[in-house]
Write a protein that binds this ligand. Structure first.
Ligand code: 5RP
Length: 236
């Protein structure tokens, strides 16, 4: 499954492999989205095939659903599963309090719903995602297409009163068209550089009309499995 991996892929792979140990027979498992989460899905697929692991997987995007099905994981919807034992997902940044920025892959809405419906959320990440203060990675905010420019202006005005360094936002594009999420929405990426009070930022953003969800995961993550390019793994 692995072949010759670059250091970054090795870090993602070893984190995913370690996190697969959180999954036990019979569990209902939230399956994250992104390149690190894809390693996890492949690892679980191997366990299903080679060790007879029986799990129900709830994917957080159409692309994860497709991969899970390809590797032989039984896929169910969140409403079928109702509650999950564990969700394992990647992140764009995590800090020492295990707060996260997510949504670089555009799946933050389903990811947050699924993680919140789980006994435990475990993040898998290469060590490059570890930060002192969140915000260098542009913060994704999912907005409904109707009036998105008005929503963008409202967000930018509101950022003036918050403890951030940058205030610019950009509409995420996919080639020449606005990126469309699985829920039919757009993503605004907020270039903040540093988010002083991430909890307040998350609350303020979600109060704005037109905002569906933001990519700050506050008090949701229980553990981060950190992978290194030399194959080491640490759990935060
Ligand atoms: C998708 C996400 C991803 O988990 C995040 O972008 C990390 O992706 P990768 O593992 O490819 O670095 O939040 O919405």
């Amino acid at each position: 499954m692995t072949g010759e991996l670059s250091p970054i892929d090795k870090a993602k792979f070893v984190a995913a492999k370690k996190a697969a140990e959180y999954v036990e027979d019979g569990m209902r498992v939230g399956l994250g989205t992104g390149s690190t989460a894809a390693w996890l899905v492949r690892c679980l697929g191997e366990m299903v095939r080679d060790e007879g692991l029986r799990i129900q997987g709830v994917p957080t995007s159409t692309r994860t659903a497709q991969l899970a099905q390809e590797v032989g994981i039984k896929v169910v919807s969140l409403d079928e599963a109702r509650w999950l034992d564990v969700t394992i997902d990647g992140a764009d940044e995590f800090d020492r309090d295990l707060n996260l920025i997510k949504g670089g892959g555009g799946a933050l809405l389903q990811e947050k719903i699924v993680a919140t419906a789980s006994d435990q959320m475990v993040v898998i990440a290469d060590v490059g995602k570890e930060v002192e203060t969140l915000g260098a990675f542009p913060l994704p905010v999912e907005v409904i297409p109707f009036g998105w420019q008005t929503t963008q202006a409202l967000i930018e005005e509101t950022l003036v009163s918050l403890d951030v360094l940058g205030r610019k936002s950009t509409l995420r594009m996919n080639n020449d068209s606005p990126f469309v999420t699985d829920e039919g929405n757009h993503i605004l990426d907020l270039h903040l550089n540093r988010i002083g009070d991430a909890r307040q930022m998350a609350l303020v953003l979600n109060q704005m009309p037109g905002v569906v969800e933001n990519g700050l995961f506050i008090d949701i993550c229980d553990a981060v499995v950190v992978g290194f390019g030399d194959g080491r793994v640490e759990v935060r």
